[in-house]
Design a binder for this molecule. Structure first.
Ligand SMILES: Cc1cc2nc3c(=O)[nH]c(=O)nc-3n(C[C@H](O)[C@H](O)[C@H](O)COP(=O)(O)OP(=O)(O)OC[C@H]3O[C@@H](n4cnc5c(N)ncnc54)[C@H](O)[C@@H]3O)c2cc1C
Length: 596
């Protein structure tokens, strides 16, 4: 399958599965400009100086403290990035917004509160508000004078959000929507002023409303007793004949799902960035501890199995960071293209890169979970003690796999969206699969035998793409429109998609760094190689599992022999690569590829 090389600016969402990219076309952290770096520095300083000293009070829910901190963040512009300048916002580009999110991750409860307000609590009004609604709410949301939240989930409707039971009916005088029902798990709900609420008009038209705290019939329940994120506010909200002015309908009646799902697309991408920031910070904590703690007469950082953990935390963080910034660069390029209607453009772009947003969410959340788990292990018994920082990080990280669409739902979305794009002809997956079938029949090609420093890695990325086409092609042929019911196969295919994106993004970044900085990028190359090798093995395994559940007999044997051909690799000394990455982590007590 000869892939076409394509600039990232022209890359369609999901296009990485069939087109090849050049290193110079991907955005990487080394490309951050001074302004973007400054935003990251400001956010980090805010968390270090204003938030972290108050963690103990925040975890005890000291009244008024969290809203006060959010307002303080608003005073220095940390809440207004998603709002246009015309409404008092700073209208940050996507890359800046990504840097901001990751640098706020130092205290997860603050990061999630920030996302609840400046992300999912703001996006619906920004993209779907009328001029009056935007003028009324956005300038105050930008400064934090009004704090906001997003109310979609209900006790009986989480993943299945459209099963919401909250109802809205128009009052007899036609002046108000009357809301009845309950929302659940609302981040910032305990103190917010503005609530973006989803309810069904007359019990069937799913719609969205802007509700203010003071509206009659509105009330807030008690704080939930959570496993983690104890510093954030999570409450149920009740509507008892709640009167919402007619003009507070957001977007159109019966079109609430458009508001809900586009908002979640944006939220998912940022959640991946928050998680990645959290993972990088825990590497720092774990590295410092590993050098301080001694056992058997030496620092535990001298032990190979501890070094291996630090290295793998850094390698996986590197892969997620490479993907997140590559996606941010593509989204920003698409957003900044000329367009007469910027709001419409933003929504189109969000939809275009919905696959990449789901990848960011799933891999970011799984990365931070992996890192905090390994950090607890490095801390040993002290990792299990609340006086040490990793216990809280461990509890805080778990929910990331649950909210903003569970990782199961996002895995299904990745494949659903790909299939929709393939069937609609937006993404030429079908021609690519047919081309692959021809290639399989004609035997090994010259392309498979290419040479050069990166030949092995480039081949394994190209082959991983072919493996996806092989396994997904077989699954589509066998199950057709019923593929969605074969969830385990869908999950395996989604895992391959994510590995492919990770393999290619880390490789392109390393190649770009190597071209720019030569030998000083050598540890990054080690990380890219180690990730690539591990991911190629996982791709093969997932494909084997999917194929064995899809076909049998001679057909299975044939498919597995094709899989073996594409999965063939020269052995790599992964232990040696990890040792070099671990040495770099320990040398600086930090994630070694920051801003590079
Ligand atoms: C701390 C916290 C903060 C939150 N903040 C907000 C907020 O600000 N606003 C808001 O609206 N919501 C919020 N939520 C709610 C969150 O979005 C939901 O918890 C989440 O969407 C999952 O819904 P659920 O809890 O009902 O689980 P369920 O939907 O019941 O899911 C249970 C399990 O079943 C799986 N499952 C469900 N459907 C399928 C399927 N079709 N196929 C395969 N597996 C499936 C899920 O993946 C999960 O593993 C928050 C939740 C928490 C815990």
């Amino acid at each position: 399958m000869a892939t076409t090389t394509i600039s990232q600016n022209q890359m369609r969402g999901g296009g990485f599965l069939i087109a090849a990219s050049r290193p110079e076309d991907v955005f990487t952290p080394a490309d951050l400009n001074d302004d973007q770096r400054l935003i990251g520095q400001t956010a980090k300083e805010f968390v270090d100086k204003e938030v972290l000293p108050l963690v103990s009070d925040l975890e005890q829910h000291k009244p008024g403290l969290l809203p006060q901190l959010l307002k303080k963040a608003g005073e220095i512009g940390l809440l207004s990035g998603g709002i246009a300048e015309a409404y008092g916002g700073s209208e940050l580009d996507k890359v800046s917004a990504t840097v901001l999110a990751e640098k706020l991750a130092g205290y997860a409860s603050f990061a999630v509160s920030h996302g609840g307000h400046a992300g999912i609590g703001t996006v619906p009004i920004t993209y779907f508000g009328t001029e009056e609604q935007k003028k009324k709410y956005l300038p105050k949301i930008a400064t934090g004078e009004l704090l906001s939240c997003y109310c979609l989930s209900e006790p009986q409707a989480g993943s299945d959000a459209l099963a919401a039971r909250t109802r809205a009916t128009l009052s007899a005088d036609g002046k108000h929507w009357i809301l009845n029902g309950q929302k659940m798990w609302i981040t910032n709900g305990g103190f917010a002023d503005v609530y973006v609420v989803f309810a069904k008009i007359d019990g069937d038209k799913f719609s969205c409303f802007i509700v203010e705290r003071g509206f009659p019939g509105f009330s807030v329940g008690a704080e939930e007793k959570k496993m983690g994120l104890k510093g954030s506010s999570t409450v149920p909200i009740f509507f008892e004949n709640c009167q919402v002015p007619k003009e507070n309908l957001l977007h159109e009646a019966g079109r609430g799902h458009i508001v809900a799902f586009n908002t979640l697309n944006a939220g998912r991408f940022s959640l991946g960035a928050y998680c990645m920031g959290g993972a990088k910070m825990i590497i720092e904590t774990a590295s410092k501890y590993a050098k301080e703690r001694t056992a058997f007469g030496k620092p535990i950082a001298d032990f190979g199995m501890i070094r291996e953990k630090l290295a793998e935390m850094a390698i996986r963080s590197y892969a997620v960071e490479s993907m997140v910034y590559r996606s941010a660069g593509m989204i920003e390029a698409a957003m900044s293209a000329p367009h007469e209607n910027k709001t419409q453009q933003a929504m189109q772009v969000l939809e275009e890169y919905a696959i990449e947003s789901s990848i960011s969410k799933v891999l970011g959340s799984e990365l931070v979970d992996y890192c905090v788990d390994e950090a607890v292990q490095i801390f040993g018994g002290y990792g299990f003690h609340e006086d040490y920082p990793v216990a809280r990080a461990y509890r805080d990280s778990r929910v990331n796999r649950i909210f903003e669409g569970t990782n199961e739902i996002n895995r299904m979305l990745i494949i659903q969206m790909l299939m929709k794009r393939a069937m609609g002809g937006v993404l030429p997956l079908i021609p690519a699969a047919m081309k692959l079938a021809e290639e399989v029949l004609s035997g090994p090609s010259m392309e498979e035998g290419s040479e050069g420093e990166w030949a092995e890695e480039e081949r394994s990325v190209a082959n991983a793409k072919k493996i996806f086409l092989l396994a997904s092609g077989a699954a589509v042929q066998r199950f057709r429109e019923k593929l969605a019911d074969e969830q385990e196969i869908v999950g395996a295919l989604a895992n391959i998609v994510m590995e492919v994106y990770g393999m290619e993004s880390s490789l392109l970044r390393a190649q770009k760094a190597s071209a720019a900085r030569g030998n000083s990028a050598s540890v990054m190359l080690d990380a890219a190689r180690a990730f690539n090798y591990g991911a190629a093995g996982r791709v093969e395994q997932e494909a084997r599992t999917a194929l064995a559940a899809t076909v049998d007999g001679d057909m299975l044997r044939t498919q597995l022999s094709v899989l073996r051909r594409f999965a063939k690799r020269e052995p790599v000394d992964v232990i040696g690569l990890r040792r070099r990455v671990a040495a770099a982590v320990l040398a600086g007590d930090r994630y070694p590829f920051e801003g590079r």
